[in-house]
Design a protein around this ligand. Structure first.
Ligand SMILES: Nc1nc2c(c(=O)[nH]1)N[C@H]1C(S)=C(S)[C@@H](COP(=O)(O)O)O[C@H]1N2
Ligand SMILES: [Mo]
Length: 324
């Protein structure tokens, strides 16, 4: 296997979390699961009462998770307060101040369905999934098509681990991610002109790239609801609208899906949506972006700075609308 030497984009390794704390918590859980003491983590109250205070996310005791220092970002981390109060989540309103409204979302019980072109369709409880997956922390850039961006420490696991679990058939080419649908908690879903539920997709090759991350936490804690709890995507070389929040379903298919944003405005938002400062949005430039932490305007990078990991995926795709 080719070992990649990290490039010079340095960060202070300041987010590194304690391996010791992590190991203790994980070992307790693994030991209990191994001994059959918890038949189904999270699908009953045992997990929550044993490890988390009332009202806390039952996955709280899993965090912090070990920091993966391989993916480095030179910019400063965005303050947690800003990353968790300036959000896009149209289910809760088509503006940035949805963090309070999003608290109406019920994140337990939460079941993730895996279906379509897979060996065996399945439904898996989120806490069972968390217990199976190798959780780690990664600092990634996050760039919205609206030309703002942030840098945050996500916790989660490589999407390729979920693809492995799903065991797609050899003919499957795409995986479609779908957000929950519940008008009673998400007032935005009563706005009938949006093509709910929110969906977006990746090719299997993209989904199994090392960079592609399924996020379960932020800043060393469970993911806040407004950021897409309990499970959202971070494929950081693509615009933010690809990063589906609060996922309830992964469907494998051989047909390229039409995504939420394509259904809504096809000439502005395409399937690939790779970041490129030289390809403007039809209504504005993508050359620069505003860092919502520092307020600075900075140059946008091709593939958001992740070209060394992902550019090869697209080398034989001339003719595809790769950048919007
Ligand atoms: N279900 C759902 N997922 C979504 C969105 C949304 O409105 N609904 N907005 C997307 C957009 S446009 C962006 S920029 C990111 C914002 O993620 P953040 O609020 O964690 O920064 O979520 C993406 N995922
Ligand atoms: Mo976005």
């Amino acid at each position: 296997m080719l070992i990649k030497i990290p490039k010079g984009w340095e960060i202070s390794g300041g987010r590194a979390t304690s391996e010791t704390i992590y190991m203790n918590r994980r070992n307790i859980l693994k030991g209990m699961a191994g001994a059959g003491l918890i038949a189904s983590i999270g699908s009953n109250a045992a997990f929550g009462t044993a490890f988390a205070a009332d009202g806390e996310d039952p996955s709280a005791s899993l965090y912090p998770v070990p920091h993966n220092d391989f993916y480095k970002v030179t910019r400063a981390l965005t303050p947690e307060k800003i990353a968790t109060t300036y959000n896009n989540f149209y289910e809760f309103g088509s503006h940035k101040e949805i963090s309070e409204a999003a608290q109406a979302l019920k994140i337990r019980p939460w079941t993730v369905k895996i279906d379509g072109m897979v060996e065996k369709e399945m439904e898996i409880d989120i806490d069972d999934l968390l217990a199976k997956m190798p959780l780690e922390e990664r600092v990634y850039r996050h760039r919205c098509v609206e030309a703002w961006s942030m840098v945050v420490p996500w916790s989660g696991f490589p999407m390729k681990e979920l693809v492995k679990l799903a065991a797609p058939m050899s003919g499957a080419k795409y995986v479609v991610m779908q957000t929950f649908e519940d008008k009673s908690v998400a007032p935005g879903q009563r706005q009938f002109w949006y093509p709910w539920p929110y969906t977006d997709g990746l090719t299997i090759e993209e989904a199994t790239n090392d960079l592609t991350f399924l996020v379960t936490g932020l800043y060393g804690k469970p993911l806040p609801k407004q950021n897409g709890s309990p499970l959202r995507l971070a494929a950081p070389w693509k615009y933010g609208f690809k990063q589906v929040k609060s996922i309830v379903r992964f469907s494998f298919t051989d047909k390229r899906p039409e995504t939420f944003w394509e259904k809504l405005i096809k000439n502005e938002y395409g399937f690939w949506a790779n970041i490129n400062p030289e390809v403007p949005h039809p209504r504005w430039s993508q050359a620069t972006e505003r860092d919502i932490g520092t307020g600075e305007r900075i140059p946008t990078l091709l593939y958001n700075g992740y070209g060394e990991y992902v550019a090869d995926i697209y080398k034989n795709m001339a003719g595809e609308r790769l950048f919007m």
